[in-house]
Design a protein around this ligand. Structure first.
Ligand SMILES: [Fe+2]
Length: 422
């Protein structure tokens, strides 16, 4: 039986398909350009190889191309004759995920990874902050992601993919020094790993090393094509550092070229919405003038791309966009109809942004404070949730409660007190 690059047996008689599959796995696990094309090479080499179609489906799923993803995973479901138990479970897990059956997908994936820990494409669905654990809305999600990755370590040796995921989990749970060492090894093994470069950027952020971060990230991005999965988000990281350094011209250049809905980016909609709203708000809080047309653009994009609530991280950024754009109908829709596992946190955060837009600082800080107890439940990374942390600090400063703002920053996010303009 032929094997994939993690020594999992694969049901294809074509060596060309097997080689293409291992190569496509690398493209996916590293967030490189040409993900769907890489899996199309697999299906062309052996149209009867089910996992090639699953990989193609997952590639489309990453970019929000629902119809293409559904067609490919449906095709995989017709090719199950003679597949191994692992492959049947792999097909089932991604079918559940791509058809929107989140809880069933999560249960199937956790059971699958317990039995076949080296099935990296399945494990990847839970390994980082934008995964099934990350968006579970559960208390302790950061520690759970760390535990998930740590449990895989004995099965992967020095593998660059798992090491980069493990480093991110370490970073997000405050173990920045160890994360720094682990990501160095992972990037040495695969310098083209966009996820690794992303993790590296978070570690620099948490360490307050904005100059080193910006320099290295900017150099790396020179060779990263627009269809790379992390394109918009990595440019957001760069834009954030330019804001921190006061270079707003460079910040806007990145936002307009790679992040905003008007940039022509093909990055996932979740990045386009959340990163654009975040940088506009963080710029505003830093005293940078933000054209109202920018807010209207991202608010309109939020309504198009996410017509229904369900993911708190998305909904909070949509609410911020609607509040700042003055679209009270869309904002109240989110406040009145929150959904998903962290739905209980969304109305207070949305009301906080509504009050900020009205410059009612006391109401804003009261509403935001109600949601801060376990803010991590909304999902995303610590760097991303700093948008909310900063919003509270900013409203307190406006209220004349600067001393409290300093104390809260020191207690919750010392990095904001030390390095970020509020
Ligand atoms: Fe990030």
């Amino acid at each position: 039986m032929l094997k994939d690059r993690y020594d999992n047996g694969i049901t294809t008689a074509s060596q060309a398909a097997a080689d293409a599959y291992s190569a496509a796995m690398d493209v996916m696990l590293a967030g490189q350009s040409g993900m769907a094309a890489a899996f199309e090479r697999v299906t062309q080499a052996d149209p009867g190889f089910a996992l090639g179609w699953v990989g193609l489906a997952r590639a489309h799923h990453f970019f929000g191309q629902g119809d293409e993803a559904l067609a490919a995973v449906t095709r995989a479901g017709t090719l199950t004759a003679g597949v191994s138990a692992r492959e049947a479970s792999h097909i089932n897990a991604f079918t559940l995920l791509i058809t929107g059956q989140g809880p069933a997908a999560y249960a199937a994936i956790r059971a699958h990874v317990d039995q076949w820990p080296r099935d990296a494409l399945v494990a990847q669905t839970c390994s980082s902050v934008f995964g099934l654990i990350g968006f579970s809305g559960k208390p302790g999600r950061e520690a759970e992601i760390l535990a998930f990755n740590a449990a895989l370590l004995p099965h992967y040796g020095d593998d660059w993919w798992l090491q980069s995921q493990y480093a991110f989990a370490l970073c997000e749970t405050g173990n920045v020094e160890k994360a720094d060492q682990v990501i160095d090894r992972a990037l040495a093994a695969n310098p083209a790993n966009a996820h690794g470069v992303h993790v590296r950027s978070h570690i620099w952020y948490e360490a307050g090393a904005s100059e080193a971060g910006l320099s290295c990230l900017s150099t790396w991005l020179e060779d990263y094509p627009r269809d790379g999965l992390m394109y918009a988000h990595l440019y957001w990281h760069a834009a954030l550092w330019y804001l921190e350094q006061g270079d707003t011209e460079a910040m806007w250049a990145r936002v307009d070229a790679a992040v905003s809905p008007d940039s022509g980016t093909i990055s996932p909609a979740i990045n386009v919405l959340t990163d654009t709203a975040s940088i506009l708000h963080r710029a505003t809080m830093a005293g940078v003038p933000v054209d109202q047309a920018r807010w209207q653009s991202v608010s309109a994009f939020a309504k198009r791309a996410f017509p229904a609530t369900g993911n708190a991280f998305v909904d909070v950024h949509a609410a911020l966009s609607h509040a700042m754009a003055g679209d009270s109908e869309a904002l109240e829709q989110i406040i009145d109809h929150p959904a998903g596992p962290a739905a209980d946190l969304v109305p207070d955060l949305a009301k906080g942004f509504r009050a900020i837009a009205a410059r009612d600082w006391a109401a804003a800080s009261a509403a935001l404070t109600r949601a801060m107890g376990d803010l991590a439940r909304i999902g995303g990374s610590r760097a991303q949730r700093d948008m909310v942390e900063q919003s509270l600090l900013n409203t307190l400063v406006h209220e004349g409660r600067a001393r409290e703002a300093r104390d809260i920053a020191a207690l919750r996010r010392p990095i904001l007190a030390a390095h970020v303009p509020t």
